[in-house]
Design a protein around this ligand. Structure first.
Ligand code: SF4
Length: 291
């Protein structure tokens, strides 16, 4: 997450999910050399800091710039308003390690959602896509939001792209317990359908998998989407103090719901059975850049 000093703040516009404070920044760089579960990428690209979906299980809060910002995850968003210009600058970067070149794998986004509520107003992610088209990186977009379908006309101009929709459960009741401000499961699946019909490769990320009502039926539903990729992950177990992991509150909620390893494994097996010959990728193997 970028630590640039905010240069102005704005009152909270309506309909920003959980966000109370919007801060506009002009950071010096946008693309971060990738590591960890996305180490197969050259860069991660986060148009925003913070996220107005405010999911309870979000590990990204551990990358917030201060402990206070981590504690108030979901209540603030930093808008990197010069993001599109920074993409162009990155193509001229003298250092090869930092230069954005055609074919470079880029992951958008690792610690925010590029289509979180404020994106509908600002079009910041859309501007970044416009700047990326002449470069033609191998792009993966990770989102929970059907707002991504707004940019189908731009996705279609990339030779190698995948839009990953995060769909962690089949149950609206479960979703409302863990991510009440994110779009409905139905809307996400419909967005996946719209994207595939438009010829945009889609990934279905069951991540992190939450309690399921009917894993077999869910598996059949997503099999019908004919996605380019299916991936499942569990919670990130908490590491040492301050290390990124699933917040304790989410783990406790899952425990109270009886969502445990045995039920997770059973759901994975049922979904794989429903997917037939489509592999249900596990963890990192599901986040490879498009070839
Ligand atoms: S949408 Fe992603 S980045 Fe945003 S709060 Fe949820 S898990 Fe975190």
């Amino acid at each position: 997450m970028n630590n640039a000093v905010p240069n102005r703040t704005a009152p909270r516009p309506a309909r920003l999910g959980t966000v109370r404070t919007v801060v506009y920044t002009n950071p010096r760089s946008l693309l971060t050399p990738a590591s960890g579960f996305i180490k197969a990428y050259k860069f991660s690209l986060n148009p925003y800091g913070g996220c107005g979906f405010g999911c309870e299980y979000c590990y990204a809060r551990f990358f917030a710039p201060t402990p206070e910002a981590s504690d108030s995850w979901g209540e603030w968003v930093r808008v990197k308003e010069n993001a599109a210009a920074l993409v162009v600058e990155a193509t001229r970067e003298p250092s090869e390690r930092l230069r954005l070149c055609p074919g470079d794998p880029v992951y958008m986004s690792s610690v925010t959602d590029p289509y979180q509520p404020i994106e509908s107003r600002l079009g910041l992610t859309r501007g970044i896509l416009e700047a990326l088209i002449p470069v033609q990186p191998r792009l993966v977009i990770q989102t929970r939001s059907p707002v991504a379908t707004r940019d189908i006309d731009l996705f279609q101009q990339f030779d190698r792209i995948r839009v990953n929709l995060s769909v962690p459960t089949d149950s609206e009741a479960v979703r409302l317990r863990y991510e009440p401000h994110a779009p409905s499961i139905r809307a996400r699946l419909k967005a996946a359908e719209t994207l595939t019909r438009a010829g945009v490769p889609v990934g279905i990320s069951i991540s992190p998998m939450l309690g399921m009502d009917d894993a077999s039926a869910f598996g059949r539903r997503i099999a019908g989407l004919d996605a380019a990729e299916y991936v499942v992950t569990g919670f990130h177990r908490p590491g040492p103090r301050f290390a990124a992991g699933t917040p304790v509150s989410a783990l406790e909620k899952a425990r109270a719901d009886g969502w445990n390893r045995a039920r997770y494994d059973e759901a994975v097996a049922l979904i794989q059975e429903a997917l037939g010959t489509h592999p249900l990728l596990k963890g990192n193997e599901g986040y490879a850049p498009p070839k």
